[in-house]
Design a binder for this molecule. Sequence first.
Ligand code: NAD
Ligand code: LMR
Length: 335
Amino acid sequence: MFVSRAAVSRVMSASARSMSTKVAVLGAAGGIGQPLSMLLKLSSAVDELSCYDVRGSPGVAADLSHIPTKASVKGYLGASEGQEEELGKALTGASVVVIPAGVPRKPGMTRDDLFNINAGIVKTLVEGCAEHCPDALIAIISNPVNSTVPIAAEILKAKGVYNPKKLCGVTTLDVIRANTFVGSHLQKDPATIDVPVIGGHAGITILPLFSQVPGFTATDEELEALTVRTQFGGDEVVKAKAGAGSATLSMAYAGFIFAENVVKAMKGEECVQCAFVESSLTDARFFASPCKFGLNGVEEVLPFGQLSAYEKGWFDKMMPDLKAQIQKGIEFAAK
Ligand code: NAD
Ligand code: LMR
């Protein structure tokens, strides 16, 4: 019997749509983890929500479980006296794992200053993913993203389960900041703007491509101000929070948008969004650019198009820093 390709793809996307999706949030009781878990609980794309943390996660899960949406919610704890390690249970069956676990910055710190603590946290959690959900897409929020993603890749490789289509650093906060700042500059609804942001997620490694925004105009001074504000938007929040941490609410929103898009793509609704992924677009092993997400995660790393002379200047400046931060992660994982 002849079965057309269209019929096969209809059947495939129908079965993809009906796939039950478990999303695990690791660090779910934190400043990002709590609102991120709440947004995921509100999403009709999520069937099961797993909230893991070394503290407080059973309370977060109990609280969320009273919201009348379809996702079931369970809380899981890390090991402590009298408490068995529940990471395996939290991860088993997960198709997407979002990791905001780790310490945030205080004023005066760079994201790289978080490396010593967060590198070890991410290593342990990704080892858990390799063992309990090797096919899951892992989305890393924990800073410094430019180093924690390479750490995760090396850990997954060592365990024999690395799939570059299923490992992303979340850079969506840079995109939503760029959209917000440009919306205000052009006096347009920011929801109608989508600025591609490439490179990495730290200071000058963040490069918003305003030249690719339809209708964008600015003086040289305005362009410089918008670019630098996007690159250092994180510092603006760290300074305003005055020692109480870094962006949590805007990051929870950004992490939710990213994760929900990934889940929907796995169910058959392809989408394009920026992410920090293994890439051959430049000579950096990992690079953020627009990516096409589909049934299997990152289906295609898309080219970022023509850079203006101004953007090329920042690109050249960023590459040594980005490559050094990637290398730092690779070397940590090799120890
Ligand atoms: P937070 O301190 O409020 O929360 C972190 C949570 O991680 C805590 O609940 C803590 O108990 C938990 N945790 C620590 N070790 C853990 C482990 N081994 N397993 C599970 N959970 C563990 O911090 P936050 O404000 O939510 O920020 C978290 C991380 O996200 C920081 O590294 C921050 O720099 C980063 N961040 C990234 C972006 C981005 O754009 N990628 C944006 C904002 C913040
Ligand atoms: C951000 O961009 O807000 C985050 O990476 C947190 C930080 O330390 O700035």
